[in-house]
Every structure is written in C-alpha cells, then in structure tokens.
Design a protein around this ligand. Structure first.
Ligand code: 2P0
Length: 350
C-alpha cells in the first residue's frame, strides 16, 4: 500500500544580533559576504521563529509556507536553493537505504511563527531561514552538523547561518568561489560568558524602508568608505572582538561593538542614495549609553543597531539595575517604545 503517513518535525531558531556586521556580498546568488561577521545568539523564549515542517505523499501541489498565518512564496531563488540542498541530502540517504520512505519526493508544508516584529531590523530572516533549514533537516533525519547546515541556511539569508549555533558565533567570509568555506563557526558557547544580556529597545516595529539585500548591494556599488571597511577595518575588529570574547573583556567587547555599529551606519550614509536606518530615538539611545558609561566611570553598556532604528544594548547581568534605570525613564517618555530583556541562548527547543 502507498505511504499515506504525514511526517512532521518542529523546531525553534533564535535571533542573533551582530556585533561585527555583515554588509555586502561578493556573490549575491550564493550569498557570499565581502567580510566576516560575528554575532551573539539571543534567548529563544524572547525572540525566535518556531517552524513545523511536514510532508506526505498525500499532499498535493507545490511546497507551501505560512508565516504568521500568511502564505509566503517559496519560489524565490534563495528558498529554492535551501529546499534543493536539503532534498539532495535526503535523497542521498534514500539511495543508500532503500527501505527509507521517499520523503525527498513529497510536497512540503511549512508553518512558521515569529514571536517578534517581522522585517523591522530584528533579524527575522536570520531566525526564519535557520528554523526552516533545521526543521526540514530534522524531518529528513539528516545527520549534518549545525556548521554544515549553516552552509544551506546562508543561501536563504546570509545572517541565518549564524542562528544555527548558540552563544558567540562567527561567520567566516571564506575565499572559495563555491562558498563551501563561508559558514558559521563557534567562537565560544553561551556557557563561556553566560552573564551577557541584551536589552532591546523596540523603537519601531514597522517594516524597514530599505531591505538589507538591496541596501547592501547599493553600498557595495557606490560607497568608497565601504572598501576601507571591508579590507582594513573589519579584519582588525574581528580579531579584537574574538580576543575580547575569549578573555571575557567587556570593556573591549563594548568598545568594538559600538565602533562597528557606527562604521556600518557610516557606510550606509556614504551610500548613494544614502541609507538612513537610525532615527532621533536611536540617537537618544546612543547618547544615553555614552552618558551611562561616563557616569559609571567604566564601560557597562554597549549599543548596536542593525538595518533599522531599534537599539540593542549589551551589558553584564551585574549591571542590570544601572542599565534599566537609564532606559526605563526614556522608554516611558516615548510613546510606542517597548523593551525586551534577553539572555544569550542557542538553537533547539526553548
Ligand atoms: C548582520 N545585517 O550582520 C547585518 C547587520 C543587517 C545589519 O545580516 O540578503 O537579512 O538575506 O543575506 O542576512 C541583514 O542581512 O541579508 C544583516 P541577506 P540579511 O546581522
């Protein structure tokens, strides 16, 4: 009798927030970056995508994806690349073991839910593609390591490769044309520096004006600052950041994080036409961190901003009172501001 069973696997993938930013592709079709980047994986209970992947010979039509209850296209080149790679790995297993059900030939039904604003510069595509790849890999019972799967997630969205691993994660730009060395690498597990916390100031939950994919390629084509950034600035910052994480040196971690965020936004401004992700509220958050550190006489907080106005403030748990005391009054003054406190974490069930 034909296989009527519905096969299913669910997983969650967390958001990651870069302290060394990915901005620019050397190969847009494979999502190969011009520079390496490094991020901290945030807590899944606060910011994550939950995805269920199912497949069955009884399903009809093409593969489908629902995100927060809305149908999404899976026929984009990036989604197709992920699905093709995962099916190829499953197909290899099926070829080697003929008793396995031929899941690689069944239509897929993917259902994803984000517990945070989608496409507002909170790395939703990172968690989204990481969860999609992990869920299908689990459904297909693939044995590949998270680093190997990061090669697939990278093709969906560059930053997604970092969300396959927990803790402190680098994405090495790699030098190969086929991208096989452009993947995630664990710098340190979350247990190494587990008192790191992130406060997220949700300045705006609106969809961002310029998408990262479009914005970064305009920067590559038009910004002269970008050349110096990728060739000289980022390699030095990567080395200093890895050292700071390994030695748990918060002052250096914070200094490099803030410098990097500013370098990234400077190249956005140097793009033609200029890209503005920060707004007045973002700039108020920068000033508040500068004043907090000055008042404390040491560095207790670091700000960073991605492709949107929302601030992420990194700090150590011991300094939580001082950090919250600074930001809660600001949050109350500004209508519509929200906050999320989160710890660092890793992929897998929350
Ligand atoms: C990052 N961002 O490193 C940087 C900082 C935004 C600013 O990764 O085209 O959504 O899907 O590969 O991954 C945003 O880029 O871009 C991003 P695609 P992605 O987190």
């Amino acid at each position: 009798m034909a296989d009527q069973k519905i096969y299913r696997a669910s997983t969650t993938a967390p958001v990651n927030i870069a302290v060394i930013k990915y901005w620019g592709k050397r190969d847009p079709s494979l999502n190969l970056p011009t520079n390496s980047s490094l991020s901290v994986t945030l807590s899944q209970s606060d910011l994550r995508t939950h995805t269920t992947a199912s497949c069955s010979s009884t399903f009809e039509g093409p593969d489908t994806l629902l995100l927060n209850n809305a149908p999404q296209s899976l026929s984009t080149a990036r989604s197709l690349a992920c699905l093709k790679s995962l099916r190829a790995l499953r197909s290899k297993l099926e070829d080697a073991e003929s008793s396995l059900p031929k899941l690689s030939t069944y239509p897929l039904r993917l259902v994803s839910v984000n517990n945070f604003p989608t496409a507002a510069g909170l790395a939703s595509s990172a968690a989204g593609f990481a969860a999609l790849v992990r869920a299908i890999a689990d459904l297909y019972e693939l044995q590949q390591s998270p680093t190997e799967l990061s090669l697939i997630a990278r093709q969906g969205s560059g930053s997604a490769c970092r969300s396959l691993l927990g803790g402190y994660v680098a994405w090495d730009h790699g030098t190969r044309d086929d991208g096989l060395d452009s993947r995630a690498r664990l710098v340190a597990p979350k247990s190494h520096w587990s008192d790191m916390k992130a406060l997220i100031l949700v300045v705006s939950a609106a969809k961002k004006g310029v998408s990262s994919t479009t914005g970064m390629q305009t920067t590559v084509q038009t910004s002269s600052l970008f050349q110096t950034r990728t060739k000289e600035v980022v390699p030095k910052e990567m080395a200093e950041m890895e050292k700071a994480i390994k030695s748990k040196d918060f002052a250096t971690f914070a200094k490099v994080t803030m410098r990097e965020s500013n370098s990234f936004h400077a190249t956005c401004l140097d793009t033609d036409p200029p890209i503005f992700y920060l707004n007045d509220v973002s700039r108020a958050a920068i000033k508040a961190v500068e004043e907090l550190n000055e008042k404390a006489g040491r560095t207790i907080a670091a700000y960073t901003f991605d492709a949107g106005p929302n601030a992420v403030i990194y700090y150590l748990e011991a300094d939580e009172d001082a950090v919250l005391k600074t930001f809660l009054p600001i949050l109350r003054q500004k209508e519509g501001w929200g906050k999320m406190d989160t710890k660092i974490d890793g992929p897998g069930p929350a």
